[in-house]
Design a protein around this ligand. Structure first.
Ligand code: URA
Length: 423
């Protein structure tokens, strides 16, 4: 059967189903460069608006998996986690080290920033010399020697790598079937023995409603099970940013604080909770993830991982050349801080991309000085914004405006982990 892009686009535009053969053709032809970017953009927007059913999503995922290599680590005890994307989400950095220190290996195929959310590779590349371009045998060797490797997902599910970059600049990120297939195609191709998903819900997440986030979690857990990979999901709050920083090098510094036994309590809590879930799913008993942060064994693993990938932590992390602060207009109590406002501020400062392949500024971002509920004195700095290009400040300040408040009463506490989905 022969296909052409305009017919496939019109089928989805008009609310039809894409057949298995049509999906296989689209993914294969797009990966091979036979479908133009503008045609794929139109199809993505049609999918964004019309959706895909469970069978279409499963086929789209399988076709993306089949577009590249599939790694096999069945001779090692491996487990991985993937987050659907949030603001200030640097959890992967301490997490892989904690899990490795507890005895399970983590093959972490990672991506770059998407929309207002940061990407693990962009963060790590703010460390001098760090490379995520590892060969398969380097990944395997590192899993044996260090217990973790963080590498560019590009060879796995290359269809996703192309689609991910296109979705980022065409307003088609926040689609349940596109997120589920994007995450699961690369994570299933990566060959980890088990998978834990951190499904974010809230203003700073791609799923803003709990119902949709829950549906996304169930879809991905089912896709994992269908491919024989035990998969659990945690639904976690993303109405507030995680920790006190958003931006590449700023987040690496905060991850190092956590690995040194300090750091913001929410980052520590989520790291330990996800590590516990990963170790349970991998069948590793009797290890206390929190202890590895206290006794320095997780930090040792992280340093070994960075060194194995060419990074030099003795070189100071970059800081944006220009900074501006936002000060408290009155005394009182810090109110809620909106995750989307903080994410968009960091993005406007240069921490993310607005064109494909654009270089991100490693030192750009935002530091939060007061957590929700903390006392605030009139005139004290609440946020510091960093960038190398000060002409970005007005737009960044405008994003932050209205995303926080100082009041008389502390905001209601929010549980960080909302639910656990296991099947
Ligand atoms: N993470 C991914 O890998 N893909 C998405 O689409 C969203 C988050």
């Amino acid at each position: 059967m022969s296909f052409d892009a305009p017919t496939v686009i019109k089928t989805k535009r008009d609310g039809g189903r894409l057949s298995d053969a049509a999906i296989d053709w689209v993914i294969d032809a797009y990966t091979g460069g036979q479908i133009a970017e503008e045609q794929m953009s139109a199809l993505l927007m049609a999918i964004f608006l019309r959706g895909m059913d469970a069978d279409e999503t499963a086929r789209w995922t399988a076709a993306m998996m089949a577009s590249g290599e599939r790694l096999d680590f069945s001779d090692l005890l491996t487990v991985d986690k993937h987050s659907t994307g949030g603001v200030g989400d640097k959890i992967t950095l301490p997490l892989v080290a904690v899990v490795a220190a507890c005895g399970a290996a983590v093959p972490q195929a990672s991506g770059r920033g998407l929309g207002h959310t940061g990407g693990t590779l962009d963060k790590l590349e703010s460390i001098a010399g760090f490379t995520a371009d590892l060969t398969n045998s380097q990944v395997r060797q590192q899993l044996r020697d260090v217990g973790a490797a963080i590498f560019a997902a590009g060879r796995l599910a290359p269809a996703d790598a192309k689609l991910y970059a296109l979705r980022d600049i065409t307003g088609t990120v926040e689609s349940l079937p596109l997120i589920a297939s994007s995450v699961m195609s690369k994570k299933l191709a990566e060959g980890a023995g088990a998978l834990v998903l951190d499904v974010k819900v809230g203003t700073g997440a791609f799923m803003t409603s709990e119902d949709r986030a829950r549906e996304l979690a169930h879809t991905m857990v089912r896709l994992g099970a269908a491919h024989g990979v035990p998969t659990h999901a945690l639904l976690t709050d993303m109405n507030r940013p995680l920790g006190l920083t958003a931006g590449n090098a700023l987040e690496v510094a905060e991850a190092l604080d956590v690995l040194a036994g300090g750091g913001p309590p929410d980052v520590v809590e989520l790291t330990v909770t996800l590590a516990t879930e990963m170790l349970r799913l991998a069948g590793v008993d009797g290890r206390d993830p929190a202890q590895t942060l206290r006794d320095g064994t997780a930090m040792d693993r992280f340093r070994a991982l960075i060194a194995a990938q060419g990074g030099d932590l003795s070189v100071p992390l970059p800081v944006g050349a220009c900074s501006e602060s936002v000060t408290a207009p009155r005394g009182g109590t810090m109110g809620d801080i909106d995750a989307m406002a903080v994410g968009m501020t960091a993005w406007r400062l240069g921490a993310g991309r607005s064109r494909p392949g654009e270089r991100v500024q490693p030192g750009a971002g935002i530091r939060i000085h007061r957590r929700p509920g903390e006392p605030v004195a009139a005139g004290e700095p609440l946020f510091t914004l960093y960038t190398d290009t000060p002409e970005r400040f007005p737009a960044a300040m405008a994003e932050l405006d209205g995303g926080w408040s100082v009041g008389d009463v502390p905001p209601a506490p929010r549980p960080l982990v909302i639910d656990r989905i296991t099947g």
